[in-house]
Design a protein around this ligand. Structure first.
Ligand code: PGA
Length: 252
């Protein structure tokens, strides 16, 4: 069963309009291997401009970095899944650890966000991952599978086909410290086994599981080379066109 290879960038709250569109333009001219899909997690304000620019560029898609769980209403400053659908945004990142940590998004809210996103035909990149404390206590496997249970277990097998999982250990995000390829593989296999138990072989075998946390040009190949790692969700290094290009080409 072949899964899509994915190099996803998460620009977070970086770059202004001109810088962002320049980076998107540079990526649009890159040589992207036929079997790789690039997804750019772009700030809301220039999501539509980037979408227009990349409309006819094969294998490069965009993602919003978040959406609200309500359909619409009095939520000043928020962006809904239906708004994203209305600009034909194909993907949304949900449950990033920064959203969980700084914006109080718990598993219940994230489950609602996932439901709302799927209702509006968005594909979801769902993030999970443990803190350093949890890893030190050796509880990372149960912690991460619990996160998945709490926000995804209510979905049908069909709905699960619109989900991509990103395993992002919090201790590796933006710290320069990366999980070793073996640590990544171990967790990805754990996640896949959990999916197999909960949703069956087809979902488990088809679901892309990305690794995130200080992925760089220098370490992408060894991480992407692991059996259950289908690509990466890349923060800092995705802002650097040259590094990101190397990452895109790091699949064997
Ligand atoms: P990083 O961020 O690559 O800068 O560690 C990854 C992420 O948070 O998605």
């Amino acid at each position: 069963m072949s899964r899509q290879k994915i190099a996803a960038g998460n620009w977070k709250m970086n770059l202004d309009l001109e810088e962002g569109l320049q980076l998107a333009r540079t990526i649009s001219h890159m040589e992207i291997p036929m079997d790789v899909n690039v997804i750019l997690g772009i700030p809301y304000v220039y999501l539509k401009s980037a979408l227009d620019m990349l409309l006819h560029v094969p294998r490069v898609d965009v993602a919003a970095q978040n959406c609200h769980q309500a359909e619409s209403g009095a939520f000043t400053g928020e962006v809904s899944a239906s708004m994203l659908e209305s600009i034909s945004c194909p993907y949304v990142i949900i449950g990033h650890s920064e959203r969980r940590m700084y914006f109080g998004e718990d598993s219940k809210i994230l489950a609602e966000k996932v439901d709302k996103a799927l209702e509006h035909d968005l594909r979801v990149i769902f993030c999970c991952g443990e803190s350093l404390q949890t890893r030190k206590a050796g509880e990372q496997n149960s912690y991460v599978t619990q996160q998945l249970k709490e926000s995804l277990s209510h979905l049908s097998q069909k709905q699960m086909k619109s989900i991509i999982i990103a395993y992002e250990p919090i201790w590796a995000i933006g710290t320069g410290e990366t999980a070793s390829p073996e640590q990544a593989q171990e967790m990805h296999l754990e996640i896949r086994n959990h999916l197999r138990e909960s949703f069956g072989d087809e979902v488990a075998d088809q679901m892309e599981i990305l690794y995130g946390g200080s992925v760089k040009a220098a370490n992408a190949k060894s991480i992407f080379g692991q059996d259950d790692v289908d690509g990466g969700l890349v923060g800092g290094a995705s802002l650097d066109a040259e590094q990101f290009q190397t990452i895109i080409k790091s699949f064997s």
